[in-house]
Design a protein around this ligand. Structure first.
Ligand code: PLP
Length: 464
């Protein structure tokens, strides 16, 4: 492909992408395939001779599209959103073209400097305390990670290093391995699995803190565990708080937990992977109160802030703490270009409008569920996630989800809350509108109560 063909094919691809996204709701949101479907559709080896572009493009529809779960369909309500917008996609093209590996300032000054400035812009949109903003003289600052999992790992490694240095400053004879065997980290029993994995990789103990009735960590519980561990000769050194847990979007109580972590010399990291984007709206910003006590904070603009994957924003109060652990890979893509394009083309007001619209859609779905007394809401709806279930047994709800998945008209995933099987309905696609929500609800109730009944359901009986 030479430059002339690239111009032609590139323009065709832009048309293909626009057509795909404009017509995405006509495709079944979830593929109808068995695992291993793809191998039989393509050769076992790479071609010896070059193939034509036309043949490759034909295979996109033949081989790839049938196996795509369409995350940007307005009928996709699973997991948490994957952000997508045209400005981010265009910027990603430019990132690919520049193709620099920005591992140092000299390796590409614009890549290094734009990232720092974009993290300052974003930090200011979130009203992060001044100490997290790099500016020209600040000791804190931000960095783009690929994922929230990496940010958690980086923070844990930095905290581990700091704790070892602190103990050795008091007792120089203590070996690093002796100290490491005593370090203990904490997180919520609702935290994402990546937090536990960070402790596994960091080779430190991690204890899960039981949560309250709202699935949030409270100070008393953490304090009790820390005291027990100290009495047993262990060294508490790290707490990962979650703002917006994966199962139910619960919020740990930072204003209680932060001072405790500070008193106990424990690094507090905040994982706000999904919910963080909402803090650009002043009405949701109070959920971040207490961030001033944290050592590091992270969320994924690639979840909910219209910046396509991958773009996970992480800030630290003291860059010096994390300098040896900025990131896992050496190479860095020019990911800040996506932020720059998105922030300028939407403006803060556009980003706020996107969040508000999606929260309103979640509230609309919540009211539909509440109006039907055969269903129940299982956790407070704060942002764009609604946890709900049929009043009745886990088996009943499992059967309902099976029917939903099999229908391929909408896509949801479940979670467990207090041992109960719960359906999660997350507002995901940028193109989701009120009529999609209404249709999704109609579909759910039809699958539940029409055709072959799940069981003999009626308004008056308990279905357990
Ligand atoms: N933390 C929370 C609270 C999440 O909900 C998720 C994913 O949904 C993650 C971490 C993992 O995110 P990532 O894929 O960016 O590592």
């Amino acid at each position: 492909m030479d430059a002339a063909e690239f111009r032609r094919r590139g323009k065709e691809m832009v048309d293909y992408v626009a057509d795909y996204l404009e017509n995405i709701e006509k495709r079944p949101v979830y593929p109808d395939l068995e695992p291993g479907y793809l191998r039989s559709l393509i050769p076992n080896e790479a071609p010896l001779e070059p193939e034509s572009y036309e043949d490759i493009i034909k295979d996109v529809e033949r081989v790839i599209m049938p196996g795509v779960t369409h995350w940007h369909s307005p009928y996709f309500f699973a997991y948490f959103p994957a952000a997508s917008s045209y400005p981010a996609m265009v910027a990603d093209m430019l990132c690919g073209a520049i193709g620099c590996i920005g591992f140092s300032w000299a390796a590409s000054p614009a890549c290094t400097e734009l990232e720092t400035v974009m993290l300052d812009w974003l930090g200011k949109m979130l009203q992060l305390p001044e100490c997290f903003i790099a500016g020209t003289h600040g000791r804190g600052g931000g960095v783009i990670q690929g994922t929230a999992s990496e940010a958690t790992l980086m923070s844990l490694l930095a905290a581990r290093c700091k704790a070892v240095r602190r103990v050795q400053a008091i007792n120089a004879k203590k070996s690093e391995s002796e100290i490491l065997s005593k370090l203990v980290a904490y997180t919520s029993d609702q935290a994402h699995s990546s937090v536990e994995r960070a402790a596994l990789i960091g080779a430190v103990m991690m204890r899960k803190v039981p949560t309250d009735n709202h699935y949030a960590v409270r100070k008393e519980m953490l304090k009790k565990m820390v005291e027990e561990d100290k009495a047993a000769g262990l060294i508490p050194f790290y707490f990962c708080a979650t703002l917006g847990t994966t199962p139910s979007c619960a919020f740990d109580h930072l204003t209680e937990l932060g001072p405790l972590c500070n008193e106990e010399n424990m690094w507090m990291h905040i994982d706000a992977a999904y919910a963080g984007s909402a803090f650009v709206c002043p009405e949701f910003r109070p959920l971040l109160n207490g961030v001033e006590f944290a050592d590091s904070f992270n969320f994924n603009p690639h979840k909910w802030l219209l910046v396509n994957f991958d773009c996970s924003a992480m800030w630290v109060k003291e860059r010096a703490d994390i300098i040896g652990h900025w990131q896992i890979p050496l190479g860095r893509r020019f990911r800040s270009l996506k932020m720059w394009f998105v922030f300028r083309m939407y403006g803060l007001k556009g980003l706020q409008a996107h969040i508000r619209k999606q929260v309103a859609l979640a509230k609309e779905f919540e009211s539909l569920v509440r109006a039907d007394k055969r269903f129940e809401i299982c956790a407070e709806v704060v942002l764009g996630l609604v946890c709900f279930r049929l009043k009745g047994s886990n088996e009943l709800n499992q059967e309902l989800l099976k029917r939903i998945t099999k229908s391929r008209e909408i896509h949801l995933v479940p979670c467990q809350l207090s041992g109960r099987f719960v359906l999660r309905f997350a507002i995901c696609a940028r193109s989701t509108e009120s009529h999609h929500i209404q249709q999704a609800w109609q579909h759910i109730t039809q699958l539940t109560f029409e055709g072959r009944p799940l069981r003999s359901l009626n308004d008056n009986q308990s279905w357990d």
